[in-house]
Design a protein around this ligand. Structure first.
Ligand code: PGA
Length: 251
């Protein structure tokens, strides 16, 4: 009942020519795929060109971040409305690299999510524990804090445009995927928490995607977990063949 989402986070890779080649190859490899929401998140400078190339394609385009103000004296920032203007329908917010390298707090994440939703964007809201937190037995406490604060003051209607991404920090870019059981356990915890914060209807409809070293050879087992509704893919989204193979998982 929940439509799977497969999103590619390109991070700080791909200038215009490479970006356009990648989406062109990807479009042809997945043109017959039905029933999967496909999203690509290029860097800000290539959003416009990528979106133009995909104008008649179902592949959606996302920003990798945005600021919370619509305009003002904020040198270097990009607003939610600017992402919409560039043709984005989605935005990634709260990625662990933003949290760790750019001092993004749960409160800032909440302001960004709120602003992005007001601009009409669908938000891919990232949460996840570090290795240190997992080993200290704090995984659920961390998820609880990130989600309660990140979703603070949102309505059930807002939640229709939120996709949760569970990305254990120790699995990102390390080649170390969470086991299927670890992913399922965290996703079930998140769904239960969202039921408590909103309602069981909101929780049942919520897509919760897994991220962290997702590859063509582990996607099928991850997707077989009842609470895994898709994937946020970094490294393996940088080549059309591997990203297309992930999109073509067999549930
Ligand atoms: P990875 O990145 O697939 O390269 O581990 C995932 C992410 O950062 O979203």
């Amino acid at each position: 009942m929940r439509i799977p989402v497969i999103a590619g986070n390109w991070k700080l890779y791909k200038k215009t020519a490479e970006a356009l080649q990648l989406v062109q190859d990807l479009s042809s490899l997945v043109k017959d795929v039905k029933g999967v929401e496909i999203v690509v998140a290029p860097s800000f400078t290539v959003l416009g060109p990528v979106r133009s190339l995909l104008f008649d394609s179902p592949i959606a385009v996302a920003g990798q971040d945005c600021f919370w103000a619509e305009e003002g004296a904020y040198t270097g920032e990009v607003s939610p409305g600017m992402l919409v203007d560039a043709g984005c329908s989605h935005v990634i917010i709260g990625h662990s690299e933003r949290r760790q390298l750019f001092a993004e707090t749960d409160e800032k994440v909440n302001k960004k999510i709120t602003a992005a939703l007001r601009a009409g964007l669908t938000v891919l809201f990232c949460v996840g524990e570090t290795l240190h937190e997992r080993e200290a037995g704090e995984t659920f406490a961390v998820l609880d804090r990130q989600i309660r604060t990140g979703l603070n003051n949102l309505s059930p209607v807002d939640m229709e445009k939120v996709i949760l991404a569970y990305e254990p920090v120790w699995a990102i870019g390390t080649g170390k995927t969470a086991t299927d059981e670890q992913a399922q356990e965290a996703h079930a915890f998140i769904r239960q928490l969202v039921a408590e914060l909103f309602s069981s209807g909101v929780a049942d409809a919520l897509r919760i995607v897994y991220g962290g070293s997702v590859k063509p050879d582990n996607i099928t087992a991850l997707m077989a977990q009842p609470d895994v509704d898709g994937a946020l893919v970094g490294g393996a989204s940088l080549t059309a063949e591997s990203f297309a193979a992930i999109i073509r998982f067999q549930k």
